[in-house]
Design a protein around this ligand. Structure first.
Ligand SMILES: *Cc1c(COP(=O)(O)O)cnc(C)c1O
Length: 423
């Protein structure tokens, strides 16, 4: 077990043995050797059909030839310039073509930076301080948004090290609950923005109920509050224009990450000119970054967006349906009433009988069953995120055979996990 030895060494030099907390699972994560299409290989000689896909970015799978060659060409010409490039202009136009609400875009390095910038801009524009977010939603790892966050650890306490003066300005409400949002807004006239993951994908996969996003759109417009869609996961995944297109809602500001960098680090903030021109140096809302608009990430992003045609989305959606239908049949055949969630090329099984519509219902899931399910999948050569509160993704590289093989392993794993767990 090479991973076992590597992890022991890693524990000495990396906090918890990993570079980001969700990657850790018991007894230890496998160390990746290489990725190819939908397959991830580890240093121990195992291969896995990958539904984690680096937590979302790899919509074309691992190391797609077109991205690899475009990026190699770019790297030969330099990896950072500190001056604008034609490529970032091209990527901006590709995003603007696909996203009707986007007239301008600021490229940053991660989803975290994108939501930070969106919040600052919203505060500056409205002259108000507070942000309303949803319980279980994840918007990155910065201070403003680490209040009842999702991302793997649904039951995690809020982090120490964040001044109360900061989080005093962050209010959280249950998702899919109109009353809760309405009463908060009624009592507080200092709310700059509602920040929402249109599909909550950091606590599994929770869709907005019919009309909910429309409600948020209406109540924000009526109260001088900006509506920020955090589309770091849904952007370029559920439709070319993301959740705005899928649910037919126009947000004021939209944040991107993950897919937009084509497998390389990148994030972005997009919106109408009237808002975006407040960002420095056009305006006075400061935002900056040494690697903003990095030519390597931008090249990967351009190549990815060009590959994401309508036909490709159709294919991805069809694969999603195959997996979800397959799991639904497995649950029915075995008389199990677990909650199956998902849309487009996203899915998750919650080991609960309750309908999962928010943080509270998500937390009714039986984590013991999930753990056994996860390890059984892994043994069978299927890798999903190691937490009940993450979402599984399908890529363009998954073939029908891969999906069918996956469903066999899923069936075996669910049965085993349930049998071994007290009900
Ligand atoms: C992953 C994620 C982020 C943070 O992006 P990073 O690139 O990891 O900083 C923000 N919002 C959502 C919805 C995410 O899924």
């Amino acid at each position: 077990m090479i991973s076992d030895d590597l992890f022991k060494e890693a524990l000495k030099v990396l906090p918890g043995g990993v570079s980001s907390p969700v990657r850790k699972f018991e007894p230890h994560p496998f160390f990746a050797k290489k990725g190819e299409g939908c397959i991830l290989y580890d240093v121990d000689g195992n291969r896995y059909i990958d539904y984690c896909l680096a937590y979302g970015p790899l919509i074309l799978g691992h190391a797609p030839e077109k991205i690899t060659s475009a990026v190699c060409e770019q790297i030969k010409k330099g990896s950072a310039y500190g001056t604008p490039t034609k490529a970032e202009l091209e990527l901006a136009k590709l995003v603007i073509e696909r996203v009707p609400s986007a007239e301008m875009i600021r490229f940053v390095n991660s989803g975290t930076e994108a939501t930070m910038a969106a919040i600052r801009l919203a505060r500056a524009f409205t002259g108000k301080d507070k942000i309303l977010k949803f319980e279980g939603a994840y918007h990155g790892a910065h201070d403003y948004v680490l209040v009842k966050p999702g991302s793997g650890a649904a039951a995690a306490p809020d982090s120490p090290g964040i001044p109360q003066d900061t989080t005093r300005n962050t209010i959280s409400a249950p998702f899919n609950d109109e009353e809760a949002v309405a009463s908060i807004i009624e009592e507080d006239d200092n709310i700059a923005a509602i920040l929402v993951e249109p599909v909550m994908a950091n606590i599994g996969c929770i869709e907005p109920e019919d009309g909910y996003l429309k409600f948020l759109r209406k109540i924000t417009s009526e109260n001088g509050i900006l509506l920020i869609f955090d589309e770091v996961i849904t952007g370029f995944r559920i439709a070319p224009g993301g959740a705005q297109e899928y649910y037919n809602i126009t947000a004021d500001l939209v944040t991107y990450g993950k897919i937009i960098g084509g497998g390389f680090p990148m994030g972005a903030l997009a919106g109408p000119r009237r808002l975006m021109e407040h960002i420095s140096p056009a305006g006075d809302v400061y935002q900056a970054g040494t690697f903003n608009g990095n030519p390597v990430s931008v090249t990967a992003g351009i190549t990815t967006l060009k590959e994401l045609t309508d036909d490709l989305y159709k294919e991805l959606n069809k694969k999603g349906e195959i997996i979800r239908k397959g799991i639904k049949d497995i649950l029915e055949d075995n008389n199990l009433e677990f909650y199956l969630a998902g849309l487009s090329s996203m899915f998750q099984i919650y080991f609960t009988q309750e309908k999962v519509k928010d943080y509270t219902s998500a937390k009714t899931a039986n984590l013991e069953i999930f753990k056994k399910y996860f390890h059984s999948l892994l043994k069978g050569g299927v890798f999903v995120p190691p937490s009940q509160f993450e979402c599984c993704f399908i890529s363009a590289a998954h073939r029908k055979e891969d999906l069918n093989m996956t469903l066999e392993v899923v069936e075996e794993s669910i049965k085993r996990a349930v049998k071994q767990s007290p009900r």
